[in-house]
Design a protein. Structure first.
Length: 232
């Protein structure tokens, strides 16, 4: 998913760079509503975790491997706008210091993993969270599906960009290869995301942006008065 330099032509790279820059500029303003003195440290910790996790690959199939994107994990934990900023920082450090993704392709990679994966993933999460029971299991189920779908969505967006500004190759084989592999990677993404989110919900649900309704229910229960004459 980390696109190197030279895969896309200059106009396509510039277009994705402009889209990424505009989204990041908007996220800088919107993230203020998502962060406070409690959640700001969590954003930094989660970005560091995603950075480290993206460096670890797991085997998929046919000699290929995949790694965590972390877009939905970031969005559910700290909010979608903060997630865009965290993902941008992660991708810039990887490109500039570790040559993981092209320097000239930073805009493309931010578009794929910071705009498409975060935006579509969090959108799916919100829709499912509203439809599922308002419980911890409902949050985790919505997160699993959203994380799973975010990976092939980003992959198919790359295929579209490659058709427009890449090599002249048949579309069918590219879609089949990218789609099939990234569906499998999506399963790994979903499993890791749910495992990490479940651990955070178990100890500090008050820090999870996407589980605000659980925090409200817990606070309401704690304020509920005891029945008259209840044993102390």
């Amino acid at each position: 998913m980390h696109v190197p330099d030279g895969f896309l032509d200059a106009p396509t790279s510039v277009a994705t760079g402009v889209l990424a820059a505009g989204t990041v500029a908007l996220a800088l303003r919107k993230a203020r509503a998502e962060l406070d003195e409690r959640t700001a440290p969590l954003a930094g910790l989660t970005a560091a975790f995603v950075f480290a996790a993206q460096m670890i690959n797991f085997p998929v199939a046919a000699g290929t491997s995949g790694h965590l994107i972390g877009a939905v994990l970031l969005a559910v934990l700290v909010g979608p706008w903060t997630a865009v900023l965290c993902m941008t920082v992660v991708l810039m450090v990887q490109a500039l210091l570790f040559a993981d993704g092209g320097v000239l392709a930073i805009g493309t990679n931010v578009t794929l993993m910071g705009v498409v994966a975060v935006g579509l993933g969090y959108g799916v999460f919100r829709l499912l969270r509203a439809a599922l029971p308002r419980t911890r299991s409902g949050v985790l189920t919505a997160t699993f599906v959203a994380a799973f779908l975010s990976v092939p969505a980003a992959a198919m967006t790359f295929v579209g960009l490659f058709v427009v500004g890449g090599s002249d190759v048949p579309l069918g084989p590219v879609v089949a290869a990218m789609g099939g592999i990234h569906l499998l990677i999506g399963l790994g993404e979903a499993a890791i995301t749910v495992a990490v989110l479940g651990a955070v919900l178990a100890v500090r649900p008050d820090l999870v942006h996407g589980a605000a309704h659980l925090r409200s229910a817990t606070a309401l229960a704690s304020r509920r008065p005891e029945p008259a004459g209840a044993a102390r």
